[in-house]
Ligand binder design. Structure first.
Ligand code: MSP
Length: 526
C-alpha cells in the first residue's frame, strides 16, 4: 500500500538579487534550482508557494545609480525587469516576484522593526567600523585580510571602507545561545560544512549589529527616526514575510510561515542563519525550518565570473543557444548541489547530447516509432516475462524512490544519476531484446518488449518533470498520459495501463523530444 500523501503547505524562497546589473548564470542557477524544488514538491502533492525577487535598496544600488547619473529607482526599475524576464525565459514559475520598493514591503519591514523595538532590542548609538558596499556587510577588524597593495579587504576579498555614523543597533549578542541551539538543530542549515562555520562564528562571540544608516536615504525609513534608513539586510530578509501578507498574520502567513526552505548561495549564509533568525526571535516569530547554502557556479576553468574578466554569461542567451531544458538539466546534473562547479558550452553540449538526446530522447523515439510502425500504434494487453518485470522494477525504483529521495535532500545530481542509470538500463534492454528482429521471429514477444518500454518511459517521464517540465510533458502527451495522472503518487497506480488501453489511445508518429545540440562556432575548447 502506498503511504498517504503529505499535502501540507511548502514555502520555498530564493535570495532576492541586487538589480545593480543584469542577471548572470549564478542567479539563473539558484532560480532554476528553486523552481525544480517547487515543481518537485507540487508533484509530491504539497501546496507550494515559491517566491523570488529583487533587493533594491542599499548603498550598492545607490552608488551604482549615481555612477550612471540616474536615480536608484530608475536603475532598479530597469534591472529588476531583466530578472523577471530571466525567470520567464527559464520557465521559473514563481508565485510572487517581490520588489523591495513595493509599499507592502515597506510596511512589513517597519512592522518587524517595531516588533524588535517593542522587545527592547534596538538602541541608538554610534557606529565606527568597516563596511563593504559590495557585500552590504559590516566586518570586524579581526575578519579582514590584506590585499596585494596592502589595502584592507573583506573575507570575500571585496573593498571595505571605514564608516562612522549615528546608527540604531540590534541586540544580536542577546540571542547567542538561542542561535547556537538553532544552528545545532539537525536539518536547519545544510550543507554541514556551512553549519560548522556558522557555529564557530557565533561561538567566537556576537557583537550587536548596526541596523540603520544616516549617510544616504535609499531604503526603508526607520519608524520614528526619519533621518535613518534601515540597513539593507534588515529589509531584504523581511521580504520572505512581506510576500505572505505580514504583519497580517492570517491568510498566507498563517498557512506558509515558517518557510520550509530558504535557498541561498554560500556567501550569504551568515545573514540567513544568524541575523535573520535573531530578528525573528526578537519579533516573536518562528524561524525558518531549513536553509541551504548552495555552491557557486564559476566560469570556464573555475574562474569567478566578473565584468572585468569579461566572462559573465547571460543566462537568457545561453537558454536561446542551447535550449532552456538542456540548460536546466545541465546545471542540476553537472554540479553536486552545495559544491562549486564550473560551466562551459562544451560541457552543456556533451551532457545534453550524451544523456538527453542519445539516451533518453533516443529511447523514447525508437520505442514510440516501433509501436507506431509495427503495431499501428495500438496498445494491447500482452503478458510480460520476468526479464520485463525486472526492468520495470528497476525503473520504478529510480522513478519512485531514487530520484525523489535524493531531490528531497536537494541532492539533484544524485537523483538525476539514479534516473539516467534507469534510462541506460532501458537502452541496454532494447539492445538485448532487439525488437526489430523479434518483429519477424516472434511478433508477440516484440509487443511485450515494446509495452515494457512504453511503461518504463511513462515512469521516467513522470519522474524527470521538475527538471525538464516542457519536454517531459511533450513525452507524456505522446504517451497519452492524462494531465491529472502525472503526479509522483501516480507511479504506484497499477491500473493506469488498463485504463489507457481501454480509452482506445493510439501512439502516433513520434516527434523527438531532445534533438542533438551542436556547439556554436567559436565556442570550442581553448
Ligand atoms: N541581495 C542579496 C540577497 C538578499 S536575500 C534576502 C544578494 N544578492 S546577489 O544578487 O548578490 O545574489 C543573489 C543570489 O545569487 C545569492 O544567493 C548568491 O549567493 C547567488 N549567487 C551570486 N553569484 C553566484 C554564482 N556565481 N553562482 C551561484 N550563485 C550565485 O546576495
Amino acid at each position: 500500500m502506498s503511504e498517504p500523501q503529505n499535502t501540507d503547505p511548502f514555502y520555498v524562497t530564493t535570495a532576492i538579487s541586487y538589480p545593480n546589473g543584469r542577471p548572470h548564470i549564478g542567479h539563473a542557477y539558484e532560480a532554476i534550482a528553486a523552481d525544480v524544488i517547487a515543481r518537485f514538491q507540487r508533484l509530491q502533492g504539497r501546496d507550494v508557494r515559491f517566491q523570488t525577487g529583487t533587493d533594491e535598496h542599499g548603498l550598492k544600488m545607490a552608488r551604482k545609480a549615481e555612477e550612471q547619473g540616474r536615480t536608484a529607482r530608475e536603475l532598479a526599475d530597469e534591472m529588476s525587469r531583466y530578472f523577471q524576464d530571466m525567470c520567464d525565459a527559464l520557465n521559473v514559475k514563481y508565485d510572487r516576484f517581490i520588489r523591495t520598493v513595493e509599499d507592502d514591503h515597506h510596511r512589513a519591514s517597519q512592522a518587524i522593526w517595531q516588533a524588535m523595538e517593542a522587545k527592547g532590542d534596538l538602541y541608538l548609538d554610534r557606529y565606527e567600523g568597516w563596511y563593504s558596499v559590495r557585500d552590504e556587510a559590516y566586518y570586524d577588524e579581526s575578519e579582514l585580510k590584506e590585499g596585494e597593495g596592502g589595502e584592507k579587504l573583506s573575507p570575500q576579498s571585496t573593498p571595505v571602507e571605514w564608516t562612522v555614523e549615528e546608527s540604531w543597533f540590534f541586540r544580536l549578542s542577546k540571542y547567542q545561545d538561542q542561535l547556537l541551539d538553532l544552528l545545532r538543530t539537525p536539518g536547519f542549515l545544510e550543507p554541514a560544512s556551512r553549519r560548522n562555520e556558522m557555529i564557530a562564528f557565533v561561538e567566537g562571540g556576537l557583537r550587536d549589529l548596526s541596523v540603520s544608516r544616516t549617510s544616504f536615504d535609499w531604503g526603508v525609513k526607520v519608524p520614528g527616526s526619519d533621518n535613518h534608513v534601515m540597513y539593507v539586510w534588515v529589509d531584504a530578509l523581511t521580504n520572505y514575510l512581506t510576500g505572505l501578507g505580514y504583519p497580517d498574520k492570517t491568510g498566507d502567513y498563517a498557512k506558509y510561515w515558517p518557510a520550509d526552505l530558504h535557498l541561498i548561495g554560500k556567501d550569504i549564509v551568515r545573514f540567513h542563519t544568524i541575523y535573520w533568525p535573531a530578528f525573528l526571535m526578537s519579533a516573536d516569530l518562528p524561524t525558518p525550518k531549513r536553509v541551504f547554502g548552495h555552491g557557486f557556479l564559476l566560469a570556464r576553468g573555475g574562474e569567478k565570473m566578473s565584468k572585468s574578466a569579461g566572462n559573465v554569461v547571460d543566462p537568457i542567451e545561453l537558454a536561446e543557444t542551447f535550449g532552456v531544458e538542456p540548460l536546466r538539466y545541465f546545471l542540476l546534473r553537472e554540479v553536486a548541489f552545495g559544491q562549486d562547479g564550473s560551466y562551459s558550452p562544451e560541457a552543456i553540449v556533451n551532457r545534453a547530447n550524451a544523456e538527453l538526446a542519445n539516451s533518453f530522447g533516443n529511447l523514447a523515439q525508437r520505442t514510440l516509432s516501433m509501436i507506431a510502425k509495427n503495431m499501428d500504434g495500438v496498445l494491447e494487453n500482452v503478458a510480460l516475462t520476468d526479464v520485463d518485470e525486472a526492468l520495470l522494477s528497476q525503473v520504478r525504483a529510480a522513478a519512485a524512490d531514487g530520484l525523489p529521495n535524493a531531490f528531497h535532500d536537494l541532492a539533484f545530481s544524485v537523483g538525476i544519476e539514479e534516473w539516467i542509470k534507469a534510462v541506460y538500463a532501458c537502452n541496454q534492454y532494447v539492445d538485448e531484446q532487439a525488437p526489430w528482429t523479434l518483429r519477424k521471429t516472434d511478433p508477440e514477444r516484440m509487443k511485450a518488449v515494446l509495452l515494457t518500454l512504453f511503461m518504463a518511459l511513462r515512469d521516467l517521464g513522470i519522474a524527470i518533470q521538475p527538471v525538464v517540465p516542457e519536454r517531459a510533458a511533450a513525452l507524456l502527451d505522446q504517451l497519452g498520459i492524462p494531465a491529472d495522472e502525472r503526479a509522483y503518487a501516480n507511479l504506484s497506480d497499477a491500473q493506469w495501463y488498463a485504463r489507457l488501453v481501454e480509452s482506445g489511445f493510439t501512439v502516433g508518429k513520434p516527434t523527438p523530444i531532445f534533438p542533438r545540440l551542436e556547439l556554436p562556432e567559436g565556442e570550442g575548447a581553448e
